[in-house]
Write a protein that binds this ligand. Structure first.
Ligand code: G6P
Length: 468
């Protein structure tokens, strides 16, 4: 079996506290790599002065070897905070209004991708499979090809790919599209994303389609498919079951004092629809007064990308909003929303999912959303809770038996909360069973194997093998 090299900006370097890495990419890749092993290159999370970037730092954990590089302060500002998180992230999440294009940031983005290529090059052996992840590193394969790398290189995008009308607003859209053609396999979360990408190529008159999955652009041919990412379903279910015995679990149950728990777990990000969700919860409580004092929403929201202005503003907005609702509706012995700004360890999280009667997973746009999948896996099959899921999350395409909502429709979501809380046991069981079947079939190991089979499935497509 070929050695696997994974490259991503964020790397979940094992820490002593065992806190869960924030974000689906880190969680899923760590699970996927655990059994297969390999080399994982990425950013150390540290920034330094221009002339202080040291050699790669390596850390071994089981059969995964992490190779970490520092970036300069300018790199982090231009590539990560700038182009990745103020252009690509908002554009891919349909927030044109938040995109801040700047030449300096764009140049920084391509420069850092060149830098990653130069760090990776000395580590590559002839038959390594190289798998690059997410929007930070779109041009990486093109940079590696420029340096003469002939290995098979795959790319997986964890976030949505928008329709051409949105994508083409980006000044460097053609460079990014062309950059992607340097890969052999390009994976998306859903067919919808894959089709949007194909529509972008067609709109720009780039190459042609050979069949359902294969394209030719210039002198390169590549495969593009959807590979919906999964979780460690069986392991997570086991974790949730065991968590019921912990003291945290018992303390939490005691503090609820018979109230139903509703849970929301998201990075603090505008794409997650947290403010709309709190509005919906408030509307539900106001319209269903009999539910007041009988339910509690636990919103766990670790801070994220705090140096980016839109995120900083959001931190204030959500804290104020939760405070306002608690002030308006709370009583001396009942707080409607428990708002927590830290990340929890996975066993604790699994136990809370299992305890919750209802999960609110209502992003305005999301590549997949693994919280939705983890919530389902954590349920007690005799008395499962209900998943209320945004139709704009990639997960909604698989979890068709969730209660699907439009998160922009605050009143509709409020009514869906009310319906979910009184859903009969029989219906809850049926919905849960059908979703669990999907999660067991398409777990994170299946996701990884399917992608890597496709990636290993042929020799790199060489120049001249096809003409347009
Ligand atoms: C999303 C992205 C990941 C990213 C994660 C956390 O899941 O798809 O690439 O790592 O968010 O964001 P951060 O900026 O902290 O890495």
């Amino acid at each position: 079996m070929s050695r696997l090299i994974v490259v991503s900006n964020r790397v979940p370097v094992p820490d002593k506290r065992g806190t869960a890495p924030a974000g689906g990419l880190a969680v899923a890749l760590q699970s996927a790599l655990k059994t297969r092993g390999g080399l994982w290159l990425g950013w150390s999370g540290q920034s330094c002065a221009e002339d202080a970037v040291g050699p790669l730092r390596t850390v071994k954990d089981g059969n995964i070897e992490y190779a970490l590089t520092d970036l300069t302060e300018r790199d982090v500002e231009e590539y990560y905070q700038g182009f990745a998180n103020r252009v690509l992230w908002p554009i891919c999440h349909y927030r044109l209004d938040l995109a801040e294009y700047g030449r300096r940031e764009m140049t920084g983005y391509f420069r850092v991708n060149r830098f990653f290529a130069s760090r990776l090059l000395p580590l590559i052996q002839d038959d390594d499979l190289i798998w690059i992840h997410d929007y930070h590193l779109i041009p990486l394969a093109a940079e590696l090809r420029r340096l003469g790398v002939k290995n098979r290189i795959g790319f997986f995008l964890h976030i949505p790919w928008p329709s051409p009308d949105v994508f083409l607003t980006m000044p460097v859209h053609d460079e990014l599209l062309k950059g992607l053609t340097a890969y052999d396999v390009i994976g998306f979360q859903t067919d919808h994303d894959r089709n949007n990408f194909a529509d972008c190529l067609a709109r720009q008159d780039m190459g042609h389609r050979l069949d359902m999955t294969r394209f030719v652009v210039g002198e390169r041919a590549f495969t593009t498919k959807s590979y919906p990412i999964g979780i460690e379903t069986t392991e997570f279910a086991g974790l949730a079951k065991r968590a019921a015995e912990t003291t945290l679990h018992k303390r939490m149950l005691q503090s609820l004092d018979g109230k139903e728990l509703i849970i929301g777990v998201d990075r603090l990000d505008y794409s997650k629809g947290i403010t709309q969700r709190i509005d919906a919860f408030e509307t539900f409580l106001t319209r269903h007064e009999e539910s007041q004092r009988k339910v509690t929403l636990l919103q766990i929201t670790p801070k994220s990308r705090s140096e980016v202005p839109e995120y900083e503003a959001m931190q204030r907005a959500v804290a104020e909003q939760a405070g306002r609702v608690n002030g308006a509706l709370g009583t001396v012995d009942w707080v409607p929303i428990r708002y927590v700004n830290r990340s929890l360890r996975r066993p604790a999280l699994a136990g809370l999912y299992r305890m919750a009667r209802l999960a609110l997973v209502t992003p305005l746009r999301d590549g997949m959303n693994l919280v939705a999948k983890e919530y389902v896996a954590a349920q007690n099959e005799d008395d499962p809770g209900v998943l209320l899921l945004s139709r704009f999350a990639g997960a909604a395409r698989e979890l068709k038996d969730a209660v699907l909502v439009n998160p922009y429709d605050v009143e509709g979501t409020a009514e869906a909360i009310a319906r979910s809380l009184v859903m009969p046991l029989e219906e809850r069981r049926e919905r849960w069973k059908s979703m669990m079947t999907v999660l067991c079939t398409n777990d994170v190991f299946a996701w990884c194997d399917t992608f890597l089979e496709d990636l290993a499935g042929g020799k790199a497509e060489e120049s001249g093998s096809h003409s347009v």
